[in-house]
Design a protein around this ligand. Sequence first.
Ligand code: CP
Length: 324
Amino acid sequence: MQDFEAIARPGYAHRHLLGIEGLTPAEIETLLDLAADYAAQDAGAHQRSPLLSGHTVINLFFETSTRTRTSFELAAKRLSADVINMSVTWSSIKKGETLLDTAMTLNAMHPDVLIVRHPESGAVKLLSEKVNGAVINAGDGSHEHPTQALLDALTIRRRRGRLAGLTVAICGDILHSRVARSNIHLLTTMGARVRVIAPPTLMPGGIERLGVESFMDMREGLRDCDIVMMLRLQTERMQGSYVPSIREYFRFYGLDREKLAMAKPDALIMHPGPMNRGVEIDSSVADDIDRSLIQEQVEMGVAVRMACLHALVAGTRTPVRAEG
Ligand code: CP
């Protein structure tokens, strides 16, 4: 089995992973290459690596999660870390403890990695400045969700062999989406062309400054694209109404066979989940086994999170060979 220790550290020299913005193409490539190795390994016998043996990883989630929290837990366990899962429901935050007091309390237990999801943009960075261990952003408000963008990129790369030169359309609630932001940073950094498609109420002003093209008309935006990435309406971040009705929204911005026909004949469909069928995507395309990558995205989530844990922690260890 490959000595993974030697691969990651030289190419990723940051203490934390707080966002994709600011990462270099080489750093992104390093994480994707390492994740690809883990994906290949995982397709085998779910072997455990001793890489993070003796390390403690804490999942600290202030918002709900199925995919991210579970896959980080699985990733940490496959690297032999001790894993603690904390959710707001069961913590002293319910009794009024602040984010920073919670962070300091956990810091006193000397975790090696804190994986944090929080509803406020910037909260994870603030926390990272107060603790000694590495911090991974598992989604902060509408700011960034870096590991989602990495797993999306790995999924695309496995299917298309590259990111550069592809046209990727990101459709839906761009305004509130941290997934959109992280994907825009990653895909433009890696040389893909990115289009964002949304109704005027859900399109951030000045989005073109991020190097994307914006479209209000979905059929026009999907024309000849390689990848169609759908996003759900983030109603938990909305105050008031942003769309006239769900029915109307689906009619103009829901992905169905008819709108998908505007993209390339072999265009692939993605969605970070959770999906709202009949709102932003029709089941006929979400479940199309020839075109939909949605399950593969979830599968790549574990490999990407193993790679991120590895890259952040490996530099503190002497080389370890994986068992196998
Ligand atoms: N894509 C994503 O972040 O899903 P979860 O909210 O289930 O973690």
